[in-house]
Design a binder for this molecule. Sequence first.
Ligand code: 5GP
Length: 203
Amino acid sequence: MTTSRSDTRTSARSGAPGARIVVISGPSGVGKSTVRDRLMETGRFVRSISCTTRAPRGQERDGVEYHFLTDAEFERRRDAGEFLEWARVHSSHYYGTPAAPVLEALEGGRHVLLDIDVQGAAQLRLKGFPLLTVFLLPPSLEVLRARLEGRRDTSPEQIERRLRTAQYELSQADRYDLQVVNDDLEGVVAAIMSRLDGTPSGA
Ligand code: 5GP
């Protein structure tokens, strides 16, 4: 990962009382999307759909898993201040959270779920949004490697790059409100919901 930036045009604190941005971060392969999908089933969240400049993988569809953009279009939107946060992840592609849907959901009193990397989470902390930040930990680095190797769409070079990024991401885990080992899906979801319902933002 190389670049990240905070955009002051989207830094206003906003939202109805109680509505929060719930950030899920963790190394590639830790199981963020499974946790995210299970949290969505509770009906308590609006899911943010990120923009990315990477190519769609497998069955991914534009506007569902991601909005897939060219570099030029991403940079245009970034420069127009349309992202709440953005970063280059794994030293390659751009990823960013469109601001408008998140701000609209918060204004409507809904929690918003973001699956973003540690650089993006750091930007949101600086901007003063009402957050609950959750870092998913793998049971071990061996388990993480095995999960990445099990993905047929990930090359050996990508696996090594992702494991190198994982070392850095894991070093950021203690900046999160909640750190959970992802070894039991229902346990992870219960821990997040209990923290969300039990503590005010910033506690
Ligand atoms: P993938 O390409 O495997 O879907 O995602 C790679 C990484 O990018 C994951 O760690 C994911 O959390 C992160 N990511 C996805 N969307 C965003 C975003 O909008 N902003 C940031 N900062 N990271 C993102």
